[in-house]
Design a protein around this ligand. Structure first.
Ligand code: FES
Length: 120
C-alpha cells in the first residue's frame, strides 16, 4: 500500500468555520469542510446513486435515550445526501443507516501552516 500524497486544497483563510469548498485533485472531486475548526475531506459522489454529496447539509450527530430526549454529540459531523438524505459520518465515511452497504471515501484533511491540505 502506497503512502498517501499531500495536496494543498486551499488557503486556511478561504475555509472559515461552517464553510466548504469543492476541489478537484487527481481527477477526483472532493469536498473540503471546516466544521467548528476541524477539517474534513469527502469524495463528492454519493455511493447510493452518485449525487453530488458534498453540497448536502452538514450537522452534528444526534443521539437519543428515548422519545422527546436528544443530544448533540461531539464526534465527527454528519453529511446528508441532497438526493435521498442518506447520512454519512464525515470521518469514517460510513453510512448511518446501512454501514455495511454504503461508505463514501474520506481523506485526512488538516491545516498545515497557512494551507488546508488533504492526503490522498
Ligand atoms: S444518491 Fe445519495 S442517497 Fe441516493
Amino acid at each position: 500500500m502506497r503512502e498517501p500524497k499531500r495536496y494543498v486544497a486551499c488557503p486556511v483563510s478561504e475555509l472559515q468555520p461552517g464553510t466548504r469548498k469543492i476541489v478537484t485533485i487527481r481527477g477526483r472531486e472532493i469536498g473540503v469542510f471546516n466544521f467548528h475548526g476541524k477539517f474534513y475531506a469527502v469524495n463528492n459522489s454519493c455511493p447510493h446513486h452518485q449525487a453530488p454529496l458534498c453540497i448536502g447539509q452538514v450537522t452534528p450527530e444526534m443521539g437519543s435515550a428515548g422519545i422527546g430526549d436528544y443530544e448533540l454529540k461531539d464526534g465527527p459531523p454528519i453529511l446528508s445526501c441532497p438526493w435521498h438524505s442518506y447520512e454519512f459520518n464525515m470521518e469514517t465515511g460510513a453510512n448511518l443507516g446501512f454501514p455495511d452497504r454504503y461508505r463514501v471515501k474520506t481523506y485526512q484533511a488538516k491545516a498545515e501552516g497557512d494551507d488546508v491540505v488533504i492526503y490522498i
